[in-house]
Design a protein around this ligand. Sequence first.
Ligand code: G3H
Ligand code: ZN
Length: 283
Amino acid sequence: MLVSSKELLLAAQKGGYAVGAFNTNNLEITHAIFRAAKAQRAPILVQISAGAIRYAGIDFLPQIVRTHARLADVPVALHLDHGPSFEMVMLCLRYGFTSVMRDASKLPFDENVAEIRKVVEAAHAVGVPVEAELGRIVGAEEHVVVSEREKAMTDPDEAAEFVKATGCDFLAVSIGNAHGFYKGEPNLDFDRLQAIRDKVDIPLVLHGASGLPDDQIRTAVSLGICKINIDTEIRYAFTQSVRKTLAEQPEQIDPRKILGPAIDAMQAVVERKIALFGSQGKA
Ligand code: G3H
Ligand code: ZN
């Protein structure tokens, strides 16, 4: 069933586990995510970015998720990932998303606050919770200089001020996490996460979790991360499977024979993450 992210993340916060937030772009990825959630009896967020909406269409992709959610006996939230504008948030509210992220993290602090406040006012008016980001979560390839990466990290005092000023429901933090696969060994700044946790009581979100070692994920969850975003590892499983099938069967022209194994490969990734995040059996 389709539910609000707020109830999923508050339950996770109370229970000391994290809910997986998995990005989808098409039918096959969505099938894989739902098969995994049902097999693991796990609550999940299925998230759609502006790029995914551009690719698959606002009249199609959310409908696939909503249909799955209606038929599934596990709780599912439909979430806008990295919403790039107020207008995109409004569009998603109109299409029945049950939570939205407005990513204004590139803006200076005061402008980020003003933008999130505006989004919170509108989304809360229709009962939809809002995720915001403070500090910048960069791409793995960006900011090779360590001092630059540190400058992009979330400041704990600012986080407290930000949450109070905006009324946002969930906060995405920058603690050394990056989108895409990591170049070199990732090292999350757990002292910083602890300091944020000490000052902020809403559920915290970890973006860029693909490629993070399991022990770092477990530590992050123990320090209050309640929502963990995975995209890259799903994409990787998909493309690796398609490459393998086509290499083994160069004459194959049936999309079902090419994409079917890719669904299985993605499902395995999502099931593993659900178990790692501790949300197995929590539905
Ligand atoms: O918002 C999406 C996630 O942060 C994706 O992170 O590239 O590590 O899978 P990822
Ligand atoms: Zn992200």
